[in-house]
Design a protein around this ligand. Structure first.
Ligand SMILES: [Zn+2]
Length: 454
């Protein structure tokens, strides 16, 4: 909580404004921030040590109260109080299918009463059956605390106006930014618009609202920024764009600079576990939120990835005693980063890549992350957007949003570029659309594999 712009907390005692005397909820939130401010600077070894101290308590609870884990722990020789990182690494991965098929066995038979009421989350995911998870008010408190950490890291002016365009909101206005901030601080208003509004309507709304901060999905921000660049529309009050829920491409950061001269701050979260990593205050990569989660990035042999390697994300929640998720494979891929020059000991994720179905598979069975940035194809024809769909091992369907159909020559040029980008001479077909359909959760994906093993 260092920083010259730190706001004065809200006081709960009449006649006392400064220094403030917060009420119980504000005091708890500030006490948490006080600890997070210190732990972020700890060396990685100390963070792991404290994580395992907390993990011991959670694992003992899981062993005693969660049927699903009893056998799993016994199978690898569980000795309460003597859990080592080596032992932990031998625990089988918890898969999405386990949560779908054995949900009842994953529920705790004895949630500590002081963890508050249960809070359910239904996660639609990009494909397949939804999953249902549950946490407690304590679990939710950590979500709020990390939201506030994000505000403080990025030195937001809490008196500003926040505009959120997202899936889960009704159109409207609230007096504060929400429970994460309102317990401890006075904030400006928060205005919300459902993301199903088309871009023209969103633009009109933003011009009326004149927000200081804008929160939305990267693909939606990209569309807004392009619209503003083309129509020369400024949003003069805007100070920062905040994103979540999809991969942020470098082009998005560039577009927001061009359109509004503002930075983009991204966060990596999932409904069932909360914030996983937040963008560093000084760099564009992410810091794992180790105080609340143990995050592993695993290679194909389930070994931890080294910096520069990309692997599957597995998460252990440290404070959810209603449905502990232990080594839960969330089906995302991320790249491990080097330690951050900012000095924070929280581990670094260089990039968050997306899901397995966003990987291209070559006919020889190898997979990689496809990259086909606009700078490679933007000059060929008036194409606004491309989504590639791999429906067969050697065939890619290019779905285009374009001002007009491409000429045969332009198609040939685009095919050559896409083959080069994808690293294989795929057969490529074209489909013209007014807009690219979005998946569940309104997420947008540049590349989707429909091959059966996904
Ligand atoms: Zn950093």
């Amino acid at each position: 909580m260092t920083g010259k712009n730190l706001p004065i907390p809200k006081s709960a005692v009449s006649g006392i404004s400064w220094p403030a005397l917060p009420g119980p909820a504000g005091a708890a939130m500030l006490a948490m921030q006080f600890q997070l401010e210190q732990s972020q600077w700890w060396p990685p070894e100390r963070l792991v040590q404290e994580q395992f101290r907390q993990l011991e308590i959670l694992l003992l609870h899981a062993y005693r109260a969660v049927p699903f884990y009893q056998k799993r722990f016994r199978d690898i020789g569980y000795a309460p109080g003597a859990v080592s990182p080596e032992w932990f690494a031998r625990l089988p991965i918890l898969r999405r299918e386990d949560i779908q098929s054995r949900r009842a066995d994953l529920l705790s038979r004895g949630v500590p009463p002081d963890h508050g009421r249960l809070i359910w989350h239904h996660t639609s995911g990009s494909t397949g059956r939804p999953i249902e998870t549950v946490t407690t008010q304590i679990g939710q408190f950590f979500w709020y605390a990390l939201t506030l950490r994000d505000h403080l890291w990025h030195r937001r002016d809490l008196s500003g106006k926040l505009a959120a365009i997202r899936t889960t909101v009704q159109d409207g206005m609230a007096q504060g930014w929400g429970p994460s901030t309102d317990a401890a601080f006075r904030t400006g208003p928060c205005v919300t618009l459902n993301i199903r509004a088309d871009i023209d309507r969103q633009m009109k709304w933003l011009q009326e609202q004149r927000p200081d901060y804008l929160l939305s999905h990267p693909s939606n921000i990209q569309a807004l920024a392009q619209h503003c660049i083309a129509a020369r529309i400024a949003l003069p009050e805007l100070q920062e764009v905040r994103t979540f829920g999809e991969t942020v491409a470098p082009e998005l950061r560039a577009a927001c600079r061009t359109a509004w001269d503002v930075p983009v701050t991204d966060s990596y979260s999932a409904e069932e576990v909360g914030y996983i990593a937040l963008q560093c205050p000084e760099h564009e990569h992410y810091h794992v939120q180790s105080e609340n989660l143990l995050v592993e990035i695993l290679n194909d042999r389930d070994q931890p990835c080294a910096p520069g390697e990309i692997g599957r994300v597995a998460i252990t929640t440290l404070h959810n005693f209603a449905m502990p998720l232990i080594r839960y494979e969330i089906l995302d891929y991320a790249e491990v980063g080097e330690p951050c020059p900012c000095g924070r000991g929280l581990p670094v994720l260089k990039r968050v890549m997306g899901r397995r179905r966003n990987l291209v598979m070559l006919p020889n069975g190898t997979r990689h992350w496809p990259s086909f940035p606009e700078e490679r194809w933007g000059h060929i024809a008036p194409i606004r957007q491309i989504q590639l769909v791999q429906g067969e091992p050697d065939h890619i369907l290019a779905r285009l949003v374009a001002d007009r159909p491409l000429s045969p020559e332009e198609q040939q040029q685009l095919i050559a570029v896409l083959r080069d980008c994808l690293g294989y001479p795929f057969r490529i077909g074209f489909q013209y659309l007014d807009q690219i359909p979005r998946g569940a959760n309104f997420k947008y994906e540049d590349f989707v594999s429909e091959l059966p093993e996904n």
